[in-house]
Design a binder for this molecule. Structure first.
Ligand SMILES: [Zn+2]
Length: 197
């Protein structure tokens, strides 16, 4: 029980430092950030951290694949990071493509199709309103976090034991403003979180 409290504090303390933009004073990666590749801004820049202090993972529309799963498993299991951030962003082109596909009932061709399909599945699974990019983005980052836990037993165990916390957030690339949409596991935020999953 004591250990659990300590771990909660650790994940929360890391989040507070990232949120404030103060570099974490311990050498080595302290958190894994899974973000959208078209955000045009690195995770270190968003959170004011030095190069190498975050495990920075990005795919278009933060689509989960086996490489992403391996990277996050490595971060939490081998490196022992206590915080995973699923980071979307304002006016995301990938989420805009998903919204267009929803409205037109037509998926894009090529490899981009799977990213759009994934975002649409998130909307369906979350029962979200597909009426604007922000709504699709919020549904997709929360569903992405759920998917990571479902597909990674090592992460699920650590979340259950309160050793790891997950924050689902979006950033406004121009201002670096961060909005928390949901949390999972051993992390508390100061935001009025929409939901805890
Ligand atoms: Zn994006």
């Amino acid at each position: 029980m004591t250990e659990m409290t300590s771990d909660v504090t650790t994940a929360t303390a890391i989040w507070q430092e990232l949120r404030s933009g103060r570099p974490w004073p311990v050498e080595g990666p302290v958190a894994a950030v899974f973000r959208c590749a078209d955000a045009g801004i690195s995770s270190e820049t968003v959170f004011g951290q030095s190069a190498g202090s975050l495990v920075d993972i990005s795919t278009w529309g933060h689509t989960v694949d086996t490489s992403v799963l391996a990277s996050i498993e490595y971060a939490v299991d081998a490196l022992g990071v206590a915080l995973v951030v699923v980071l979307g962003h304002d006016d995301c082109p990938a989420m805009r493509a998903a919204l267009q596909a929803w409205k037109n009932a037509q998926l894009p061709d090529g490899a981009m199709r799977s990213a759009v399909e994934n975002a649409l599945l998130s909307v369906v699974r979350r029962g979200a309103a597909a009426d604007c990019v922000a709504s699709v983005t919020s549904a997709h980052i929360i569903d992405t976090a759920t998917s990571l836990v479902q597909r990674l037993p090592a992460l699920a165990r650590k979340v259950d034991r309160h050793e790891v916390g997950i924050v689902c957030a979006t950033v406004s690339p121009g201002t670096h403003d961060i909005t928390v949409h949901a949390t999972l596991g051993a992390v508390r935020t100061d935001d009025s979180v929409l939901e805890r999953i």
